[in-house]
Design a protein around this ligand. Structure first.
Ligand code: PNS
Length: 157
């Protein structure tokens, strides 16, 4: 059985994340979407609980996807889950550089742990959680950037 992990900060989940999660869920038997700590992003707009809740509502229609949080190393989470693939989306060369570094680090910690990079689908190439947080701060409509359950919930804050 193939088991993969789609890790990230998801602050909050965007349609770009959904594009990658949906496509990854079609490639593997089981996909864990894991909310993790990115040391370069110390301040979050949404709590871990809230991010988990928003992702769970967004992926409820994908039966082979499980959503969890992990505060340790990604490689340790992969070991615990028996996963040998990490899936990340890449939008541009900056993402690619960062993901290459992380792929080498993760493969170094846990040999055999592979990273599969999926190119972002064209409509979502410019999407980011940072952009969505800006839209929230300035009370802009969110429907075109985040999954419907997230847009509904965040329009009430
Ligand atoms: O959505 P992001 O912020 O690009 O995701 C980055 C994330 C959270 C996947 C990365 O920072 C991570 O793997 N953090 C867990 C700690 C870890 O394993 N670090 C070593 C690999 S760089």
């Amino acid at each position: 059985m193939s088991v993969a992990i789609c890790p990230g900060s998801f602050d909050p989940i965007t349609l770009g994340h959904m594009d990658i999660i949906t496509r990854a869920s079609q490639c593997f038997d089981t996909l864990y979407v894991c909310v993790m700590v990115n040391c370069d992003k110390s301040k979050h707009m949404f709590s871990e609980e809230k991010r988990l809740d928003l992702i769970r509502k967004s992926v409820a229609h994908l039966p082979n996807v499980t959503v969890e949080a992990w505060s340790g190393l990604l490689a340790d989470y992969a070991r615990k889950k028996g996963a040998n693939v990490i899936v990340k989306g890449v939008r541009n060369v900056t993402d690619f550089d960062q993901e290459m570094q992380m792929a080498r680090i993760n493969g170094g910690i846990l040999p055999g742990l592979e990273t599969v990079l999926l190119p972002a689908s064209a409509p979502y190439e410019h999407f980011s959680s940072t952009m969505v947080r800006e839209m929230i701060r300035y009370n802009q409509p969110l429907e075109q950037y985040v999954p419907a359950p997230v847009a509904k919930e965040l329009s009430n804050i």
